[in-house]
Design a binder for this molecule. Structure first.
Ligand code: KIV
Length: 293
């Protein structure tokens, strides 16, 4: 998948399927399922690292996760999320962080959140030769300043701000823009003003594509789910059933069964028994050997 192809898909009205992934086996699954774009999202903070928000995750963690995803992917475009604190401070910091995700992890592009100063950072990264995906509406890294993890752009004034951010990111040269948690009708109006492919999450059907967090859609996590999430499977339930079955069989002696053990030629076993009984070992441990029964 290429950035050019994404623009062609938008023009042809072919919906773009984007998803997050944070490790090698998930990358293999999303590759096989045929997704177009894979984001190593900073949602890894909640989904795989156990943080309460996306704020604490750092560049070292994101780089390790992105490297693992890279090893499992061939076809989709791989986008690495710039975590909170890795780009806001200066253009130099933003470029250095983006370069790490490209050079060390093999990402094709990076994503950053918000308008304002983020637009300048996006422009700087693009000037340095790295494609950037923007992200407007609900931006979890700065959710506290937005009044919490809730829908954005629900008044004309607030919707204008989302539109402004999106248009500024387009002017900066972003190849795609994520629109998160915005009313469908508002997203539709913003999309109509943009030439750039938009990827919606909780933004309805007007965007050129959709993105969901893998752990939400596959049912790997549990707890509160945002209104816009659809669960397509119950991986956690299936894993739990598997692990409970294993624990029960270990305790009952049902595992391992005869099909899970290795065999050995009886004459070799006799030889082993003899040598153990005689203490005939290559190591120079010395203790009193009790013959085996
Ligand atoms: O980190 C993430 O998973 C994201 C997506 C929700 C777009 O930013």
């Amino acid at each position: 998948m290429t950035i050019t192809r994404l623009a062609e898909m938008m023009k042809a009205g072919e919906p773009i399927a984007m998803i997050t992934a944070y490790d090698f086996p998930s990358a293999e699954v999303v590759e096989e399922a045929g997704v177009d774009v894979v984001l190593v999202g900073d949602s890894a903070a909640n989904c795989v690292l156990g943080y309460d928000t996306t704020v604490p995750v750092g560049m070292d963690e994101m780089t390790i996760l992105a490297k693992a995803v890279r090893r499992g992917l061939k076809t989709p475009l791989l986008v690495g999320d710039l975590p909170f604190g890795s780009y806001e401070g200066s253009d130099e910091l933003a470029i250095a962080s983006a370069q790490r995700l490209v050079k060390e992890a093999g990402c094709a592009a990076v994503k950053l959140e918000g308008g304002g100063a983020s637009v300048e950072r996006a422009e700087a990264i693009i000037r340095a030769g790295i494609p950037v995906m923007g992200h407007v509406g609900l931006t979890p890294q700065t959710a506290t300043a937005l009044g919490g993890m809730k829908a954005q752009g629900r008044t004309a004034e607030k919707a204008v701000k989302v539109a402004d951010d999106a248009l500024a990111l387009e002017r900066a040269g972003c190849f795609a823009i994520v629109i998160e948690a915005v009313p469908e009708a508002v997203a539709g109006m913003i999309v109509a003003k943009l030439d750039t492919p938009t990827i919606g999450i909780g933004a309805g059907n007007a965007t050129a594509g959709q993105v969901l967090v893998l752990h939400d859609l596959a049912g790997i996590n549990h707890g509160h789910l945002a209104k816009f999430v659809k669960r397509y499977s119950d991986v956690r339930g299936e894993m739990l059933r598997g692990v409970e079955g294993y624990v029960a069989e270990v305790r009952s002696g049902g595992f391992p069964g005869p099909e899970h053990v290795y065999s050995v030629d009886p004459s070799e076993l006799d030889g082993l028994r003899r040598r153990l009984d005689e203490g005939d070992l290559e190591s120079n441990y010395s203790w009193d050997w009790e013959p085996l029964p």
